[in-house]
Design a protein around this ligand. Structure first.
Ligand code: DHE
Length: 592
């Protein structure tokens, strides 16, 4: 047992495009501070939270028209513009916005950048800032010539990437197997409820792995840098979204399962969900896009796009127009025919009622800016979502369609995944989150009926191994709470997980056991980042990905939840960069 202090370190290597970006505050527009001096750099900490920003590399790969220059603007050749534009979308747009009007980072429009001037911009990009801007130059990420190119690019008008409306969507829509030609009952011998859909991030594929035999049943092609999968209420359909906004619909009843429809809903997307309210099971699906800023409702069985809704609009607090609010997590309500759509930059949580798509009712809840990921409490009524750059958790009552409360998460940059629900020995039912920015693990009371005094409060904070955590997990049948730390760059911490005994949480300083998952995988090369625990259907095994880069070996390690011993290692050269794992039963029933 050990209990270590947080270690925050800079990231490099694996999936750099996804993990590198600009920090949440650059402070350019408002204060115009003097550029940091080299001596200050030693104190400049670039945190995992600051670096875990979207890389819009799909957008960066698209040709964009070069805006005209104004008198006095630095001239860029077409080749220089294309290069700078690609770098901007891959490394900067995640924070500063596609249109450079600001997102988690400040705006970088020419009216602001021209006041700062070329030298200032060059130095800021080179050295970064303690406010969170990475030191692109001194870290060696950018060469001097690229830094100067970016400073000139920022003095020019921003590029305007194309919209993606119904017409463009329809052009990408393919029903590969019409509904009438699909089976009317399950045709294969798979134990569908215990299948795991595993994201193979960098090969643009998913693996379907049998939960009992651990055999890879199938590998299916999906969108680029595939991100997450969700399962329809009946368990028949699997929806997988790539970062390029491509959605694949997989029919798990077929022998073998296969993609039966596909659709692209934009250029960049991260979230997908399917309708779960009684009477609407499997009827609709929804994808939330980063660019263009919109969500799309579609037919659940064919993916025919039915309704496109823009998220452009006002921030919840200052009521200012935001031109590109991205769609983050989406969950399906169990209490109303609604999707809960979290709009990142405006801080609005939209309850989108799909009972009548033409007369669409949307309840807009002002919550907190920079909403990212979250999940339900164990009753399935209350939804908890992290406003990560604000270090807060917003809680919504999906039965009454109301904001319950916004609470400080108790640490820096909460990142729960869907969070973890369990009955705390002292405080009753709680929902838990870990943090990217520090070692804090927070428990928030989630039972307003029998434990009213603890509801909607951080009732306890415990320390895990360190910062850089992304996902926390338990299961109704488990007595353990697992916390990963894949973005901590202490190799020992990022390649292991901390496990707390839930019954020990009543102690003042609960200790945890460290499971050396990376070592158990038998892989000796690479960073072996251990990411996202996911339980099997019975809740007696938990699966972790050992995530190396594309050229290296990766694996899935299965742990026996009772004994905390190694149960199996799944290795196969087809398991390229496995990350998220979605057990069909747990995903469709929101068990976490
Ligand atoms: Fe994710 C969920 C966005 C990088 C693995 N990720 C989510 C959700 C969002 C999001 C909005 C919630 C979806 C929902 O519930 O509907 N992720 C982003 C980003 O913007 C970010 C930071 C950068 C990017 O450019 O995409 C990003 N995500 C990553 C990764 O690098 C991870 C670790 C590996 C990978 O495969 O890409 C990763 N994200 C995941 C996983 C989930 C997820 C496994 C679902 C967790 C769950 O238990 O439901």
């Amino acid at each position: 047992m050990k209990n270590r202090a947080s270690r925050l370190v800079s990231l490099s290597g694996i999936a750099a495009a996804a993990l590198l970006g600009c920090g949440p505050t650059i402070g350019l527009a408002q204060q115009q501070p003097a550029p940091p001096k080299p001596a200050d750099i030693q104190q400049h900490k670039t945190t995992p939270g600051g670096q875990y920003q979207p890389s819009l590399d799909v957008l960066g790969g698209k040709p964009v028209e070069q805006p005209g220059t104004k008198p006095g603007d630095p001239q860029l050749t077409k080749a220089e513009f294309d290069k700078a534009n690609r770098i901007y979308f891959e490394r900067c747009a995640g924070c500063h916005g596609v249109l450079r009007k600001g997102a988690t980072g400040k705006a970088l429009t020419p009216d602001l950048t021209k006041k700062l001037g070329f030298d200032y911009l060059r130095d800021f990009i080179t050295y970064g800032s303690p406010g969170g801007m990475p030191n692109w130059g001194t870290s060696g990420e950018f060469q001097q010539a690229d830094i100067e190119l970016m400073a000139r690019y920022l003095l020019n008008e921003p590029a305007q990437p194309p919209e993606f409306g119904m017409k463009e969507m329809k052009e990408t829509w393919k029903v590969l197997i019409p509904v009438a030609q699909r089976p009317t009952r399950k045709m294969n011998k798979l134990d569908i409820d215990n299948l795991f859909a595993v994201t193979l991030r960098d090969s643009g594929e998913i693996a379907l792995i049998d939960g009992t035999s651990k055999k890879i049943e199938l590998i299916l092609k999906t969108g680029y840098a595939v991100h997450i999968s969700r399962v329809s209420a009946s368990g028949r359909y699997l929806y997988t979204v790539g970062r390029d906004s491509k959605l694949n619909l997989v029919d798990l009843w077929m022998d073998p399962p296969q993609s039966v429809a596909e659709l692209k809903v934009g250029t960049e997307a991260r979230s997908v969900e399917t309708s779960k309210f009684k009477g609407f099971e499997d009827k609709y699906a929804i994808v939330g896009a980063y660019w263009p800023p919109q969500f799309v409702l579609m037919d659940g069985a064919t993916l025919e796009p039915l309704k496109v809704v823009s998220t452009r609009g006002m921030t919840y607090d200052t009521q200012e127009y935001h031109p590109e609010p991205r769609v983050a997590a989406i969950v399906a309500s169990h209490h109303n025919p609604e999707f809960v759509v979290n709009v990142k930059e405006t801080g609005q949580i939209l309850l989108v009622n799909y009972r009548d798509l033409n007369n669409l009712k949307v309840t807009s809840i002002g919550a907190e800016r920079f909403l990212h990921d979250g999940g339900f409490d164990r009753s399935g009524r209350y939804f908890f979502v992290a406003a990560n750059a604000r270090h807060k958790i917003a809680i919504v009552d999906t039965k009454e369609d109301k904001l319950v409360r916004v609470v400080e998460s108790g640490g820096q940059t909460p990142h729960p995944g869907r969070g973890a629900n369990f009955v705390h020995p002292k405080y009753g039912p709680v929902w838990a989150t870990s943090h990217l920015g520090d070692e804090t693990i927070s428990f928030i009371g989630s039972d307003p009926e029998k434990n009213k005094q603890n509801a909607w409060k951080v009732v306890q904070k415990v320390n895990g191994q360190g910062g850089g955590s992304l996902f926390i997990k338990t299961h109704p049948k488990s007595e353990n709470l697992y916390v990963d730390t894949p973005l901590n760059t202490d190799a020992e911490i990022s390649s292991s997980v901390a496990v707390f005994k839930i019954k020990d949480l009543a102690k003042e300083k609960p200790e945890y056991k460290v499971l050396p998952i990376g070592q158990w995988s038998g892989i000796s090369e690479g960073a072996r980042r251990v990411v996202q625990g996911e339980f099997n259907k019975d809740g007696n095994e938990v699966w972790f990905s050992v995530w190396n880069n594309k050229a290296q070996e990766s694996a899935i390690v299965v742990v026996d939840d009772k004994t905390l011993q190694l149960k199996a290692v799944i290795k196969d050269k087809r398991l390229v960069t496995p990350t998220g794992k979605f057990n069909v039963f747990n995903t469709r029933n929101d068990v976490y």
